[in-house]
Design a protein around this ligand. Structure first.
Ligand code: SAM
Length: 337
């Protein structure tokens, strides 16, 4: 065997779920919230978190070794700069919504990945049926958790869209399938001349309105209740479809793109954003894994490349399209009517 060839990368990836689940449980137990008030010694922290004496030391030191906690002299544990900023639920910079849902839902459902790979069937609470959102939203807790998770997954992209898109050319924006309204909120905060809102299933309304009101934007951003498949889209010069197309099969993707195109005025724009896969399908591992997540979560959804999306946009009539990287694994594909 060649000297520089080691099984290390294989073993690291194969056992990555140990570290991942340790972090997800730490978020569930609110370790980072407990330490937001300041460093604590192990015994006090273990007692406050309700940890068994057998688990506490290994759990907390594993978080240190994983770079999620610091341990100071005298055995006091503390948040790192990143976990203090992003995993303390009381801060607006909290990004744990997606990770809370990953812990509560995706982690057990991904245990059935092999079955999904063999059958092509979704493996979540809607398994055996065909209505993911209807099933998910039967529980008000799951509805809230899911919509909060969407804000977690979209925040980086939303801030980049607010910065990079030429908003000065437009007056109104509607986010189609807006969840809490992460994108319209970030865009409206940065561009005071814009108004509009979010279109989503009626059950989502109160969660959208509460989130928008928490930023004092209730006078500029409205909720429009409706169903993609049965209701007209509200008028706007810019539509946003974020993490929507990947929920649906190819025919449904086409329907949403065509409906958006037809409802826009001449010169209007459609922004599609998510973890758009690179055209060679080699680099954006997160985008490719997101597509497997859609296999677990939806009856027919899948992620796609920028070239795929541009060609679908052209097919439904958009005269100009471009792909622009946003933040991390996310890009936007913009279509101009
Ligand atoms: C994956 S989430 C994306 C949320 C948000 N755009 C984001 O990226 O953060 C999909 C959204 O589509 C909404 N949705 C699902 N089916 C819908 C339908 N038939 N009509 C309108 N909205 C729908 C869901 O309620 C949810 O808010």
């Amino acid at each position: 065997m060649e000297e520089h060839v080691t099984p290390e990368p294989i073993m690291q990836l194969g056992m990555a779920f140990w570290g991942s689940k340790t972090l997800l449980s730490a978020i569930e137990l609110d370790v980072f919230g407990a330490l937001a008030k300041g460093p604590r010694n192990g015994a006090t922290l273990a007692r406050d978190l309700g940890l068994h004496e057998r688990s506490a030391r290994d759990f907390l030191d594993a978080l240190v070794a994983l770079g999620m906690l610091d341990r100071e002299g005298g055995g006091h544990y503390a948040n790192t700069v990143e976990t203090g900023l992003f995993l303390d639920r009381t801060k607006p910079s909290y990004v744990g919504g997606l990770l809370e849902m990953a812990n509560a839902r995706l982690y057990p459902f991904w245990g059935s990945l092999t079955e999904a790979l063999r059958t092509g069937e979704m493996q979540n609470e809607a398994k055996g049926g065909d209505d993911f959102f209807g099933t998910l939203y039967q529980s008000p807790e799951r509805l809230k958790q899911f919509l909060g998770a969407m804000t977690g997954v979209s925040m980086g992209a939303a801030m980049a869209i607010a910065e990079k898109f030429p908003w000065d050319r437009y007056q109104q924006v509607i986010d189609l399938g807006a969840a809490q309204g992460c994108v319209p909120v970030q865009v409206a905060l940065r561009h005071p001349h814009l108004s509009g809102g979010g279109f989503d299933l009626p059950l989502v309304g109160p969660v959208f309105e509460e989130y928008v009101a928490s930023f004092g934007l209730g006078d500029r951003l409205r909720f429009f209740p409706g169903d993609f498949w049965n209701d007209p889209f509200p008028d706007a010069e810019v539509y946003v479809l974020g993490h929507i197309l990947h929920d649906w099969n190819l025919e449904e993707k086409h329907t949403l793109l065509r409906k958006s195109h037809d409802a826009l005025p001449e010169g209007g724009a459609l922004i599609v954003y998510e973890a758009i896969i690179d055209d060679e399908r080699r680099v954006n591992a997160f985008g490719l894994l997101m597509s497997l997540n859609m296999l677990i979560e939806t009856p027919g959804g899948f992620d796609y490349t920028g070239a795929d999306c541009s060609s679908w946009m052209r097919q439904v009539g958009f005269r100009e399209t471009y792909v622009e990287p946003l933040a991390g694994p996310d890009s936007m594909v913009v279509g101009i009517k």
